[in-house]
Design a protein around this ligand. Structure first.
Ligand SMILES: Nc1ncnc2c1ncn2[C@@H]1O[C@H](COP(=O)(O)OP(=O)(O)OP(=O)(O)O)[C@@H](O)[C@H]1O
Ligand SMILES: [Mg+2]
Length: 375
């Protein structure tokens, strides 16, 4: 069983800098887990501790039932793929993939079977005789994956393996790695700072900031029920719009006040006890760009949830259009707010627009603790 358990893990680098204080993470057997977060948050450090390339200052790391704190990398049944694929330039693709096994004196016939199998899955059969310099970036990255595959590891660790590739190749390789995970049925831990990669590939995403896990859940839950403002802003593109609004509770009904809007919250969206402490106070109202509509139908259902804005910029992507607008209470993430609408609605620069908020999809956060009030 290749489940991975991190218990109260602490990491202090030489020189005394503690980058991870107390990390607890459980990765299930065969799961695809993505560690995501801004630069310097400790993703690579965590991955390298799982690999055994970095010592653990305190806490316990288990692979299956086995405590591995002191187990060297080669005895962990793990293969790691890095951002820089580090292929041997003078060796053919075949030799690059076979090299680790050759060194371990594995039977030539078995090596051949494994390399050919990996080459087939990764669509590299045509390139086996080539040297790395005669390959594209994506093909090189596949060779690096193949080299990891032939070892039949129980766990794959990947640290930003696609960041050297252009956008189109990244999308292709994303799909290929997901497919590889399905075919191999092994545990994958994948590091990236790209939320799209995390959202498209992961069974579960672990969002980190400053060495601390902010939320660990499925992509759907992270998107629909972010635990705090950091996760809310980090996951989703364009970013969630955040405004400063006010809570009002009257006769047991919940209202959010913003400009001249007095929006009654749908029953059951938030429990009385959770909202009560905020009565009369400011909170952060979060609305994803796609949860604002122009349609008159919506206006009829939610006449009290309309924002009047002016289109400062209209970005047409073909299927949809992003309307940029200014709002004086816009919070934290700076710049303009965005509503994503149907491009066929033909909104133009300078138009005054009524945006209807899907009340069931709003988010509310405590401005001080940054925690979600809804979830
Ligand atoms: N060998 C080291 N000695 C001291 N500090 C280090 C060492 N390696 C990393 N750090 C520090 O630990 C913190 C976490 O680094 P880490 O490489 O894990 O971040 P990351 O999340 O992978 O970032 P990135 O997205 O930029 O790769 C950073 O502040 C970094 O400066
Ligand atoms: Mg890193």
């Amino acid at each position: 069983m290749a489940n991975i358990t991190l218990k109260n893990i602490k990491k202090t680098y030489e020189g005394g800098v503690t980058v991870i204080e107390d990390l607890n993470l459980e990765i299930k057997d065969k799961e695809f887990v993505v560690l995501v977060g801004p630069s310097g948050c400790g993703k690579s450090t965590t991955l390298r501790m799982i690999a055994g390339l970095e010592s653990i200052s305190d806490g316990e790391m288990y692979i299956g039932e086995r405590l591995v704190n002191k187990v060297p990398p080669k005895d962990r049944d793990i293969a790691m793929v890095f951002q820089t694929y580090a292929l041997y330039p003078h060796m053919t693709v075949y030799k690059n993939m076979a090299f680790g096994l050759l060194q371990r004196k594995v039977d030539k016939k078995i090596i051949d079977e494994k390399v050919m199998h990996a080459a087939k899955i990764l669509d590299l059969e045509k390139y086996l005789k080539r040297k790395p310099k005669a390959l594209s970036g994506g093909q090189r990255q596949r060779v690096a994956l193949g080299r990891a595959m032939v070892r039949n590891p129980e766990i794959f660790l990947l640290d930003e393996p696609l960041s050297n590739l252009d956008a189109k190749l990244r999308t292709e390789m994303r799909a290929q790695i997901s497919k590889l995970h399905q075919e191999l049925g092994t545990t994958f831990v994948y590091v990236t700072h790209d939320q799209t990669e995390a959202m498209t590939m992961a069974d579960r995403i672990c969002v980190m900031k400053d060495g601390v896990i902010q939320q660990y859940d499925t992509p759907e839950v992270l998107y629909d029920k972010p635990a705090n403002l950091f996760v809310a802003s980090f996951i989703g593109s364009p970013e969630m719009n955040l405004f400063t609004a006010k809570v009002q509770i009257e006769n047991g009904k919940h209202y959010i006040l913003l400009d001249d809007m007095k929006m009654e919250l749908p029953e059951g969206l938030v429990e009385d006890e959770r909202l009560a402490p905020y009565n009369g106070k400011e909170v952060v109202l979060g609305i994803r760009p796609e949860d604002m509509y122009l349609e008159n139908v919506m206006k009829e259902s939610y006449p009290d949830a309309v924002m009047h804005v002016k289109a400062e910029l209209v970005e047409n992507t073909g299927s949809e259009a992003n309307i940029y607008f200014n709002h004086e209470t816009r919070k934290a993430n700076g710049g303009m707010s965005i509503a994503k609408i149907n491009s066929r609605d033909h909104i133009h620069l300078g138009d005054n627009v009524d945006l209807v908020i899907d009340k069931n999809r709003i988010h509310l956060f405590d401005g001080e603790t940054t925690k979600s009030i809804l979830n």
